[in-house]
Ligand binder design. Structure first.
Ligand code: HEC
Length: 181
């Protein structure tokens, strides 16, 4: 009895742990929202550059170093860091030395998931005013439609027949009553 109860508690604990554990994407999103979104947007330039495509632009190692301490990288004479620092009016990006490589990878995953592809950011459909219709033209091999159609016609016919039956039954009853009296 006691061991059964312990088993139950054990599984309950695993369940709670599983629910409480954020996925990498959720972890990345929450860090990005709390610590980067004040200056960065994935697709728009704010105080800091838009971060879409950062993984293609910079090496993973460079990104780790820059996020941990961008000014150290600038002072070390890193060309890319100096260039982006000057491009953004020498606004120093605050250091985030406590973020692990795992955290930063998760942020990058979030950035990737939020990145708008060129086409999608232009228009939600190919030509303005020409939204493709969702309706499918009716064709002879649309078996689902025809099955539903015949079924409803059959249901209607049987309902009518049933109504006629009831009527004639009532009439018969009345006639019986009349002849009996
Ligand atoms: C206070 C504003 C601010 C915050 C907060 C901030 N950044 Fe930045 N970030 C900047 C600025 C400004 C730059 C441009 C480079 C510079 O000025 O040093 C930059 C540049 C970058 C770059 C280099 C971009 C490129 O094109 O090379 C990366 C990567 C980056 N930030 C990631 C982050 C991440 C990840 C966070 C959150 C953990 C973050 N930043 C938080 C202001 C900020």
């Amino acid at each position: 009895m006691k061991s059964k109860k312990n088993m139950l508690l054990f599984f309950l604990a695993i369940g709670i742990a599983a629910i409480g554990r954020a996925t990498p994407l959720e972890d990345g999103k929450s860090i990005f929202m709390t610590r980067c979104a004040a200056c960065h947007n994935v697709n728009k330039v704010l105080t800091g550059p838009a971060l879409a495509g950062i993984e293609e632009k910079r090496s993973l190692d460079w990104i780790f170093k820059f996020v941990h301490s961008s000014q150290s990288l600038v002072k070390s004479g890193d060309k890319e860091a100096i260039e982006i620092f000057e491009q953004f009016n020498k606004i120093p990006m605050p250091d985030h030395p406590d973020l692990t490589e795992e955290n930063i990878k998760n942020i990058l995953a979030y950035i990737k998931s939020e990145t708008k592809t060129g086409e999608a950011s232009v228009a939600p459909f190919p030509k303005p005013g020409k939204k493709p219709s969702n309706a499918k033209p009716l064709s002879a091999d649309n078996y689902g439609f025809f099955a539903a159609y015949f079924f409803s016609v059959a249901a209607l016919i049987s309902a009518l027949l049933f109504a006629v039956r009831i009527k004639s039954y009532e009439r018969n009853k009345e006639e019986e009553k009349l002849s009996a009296s």
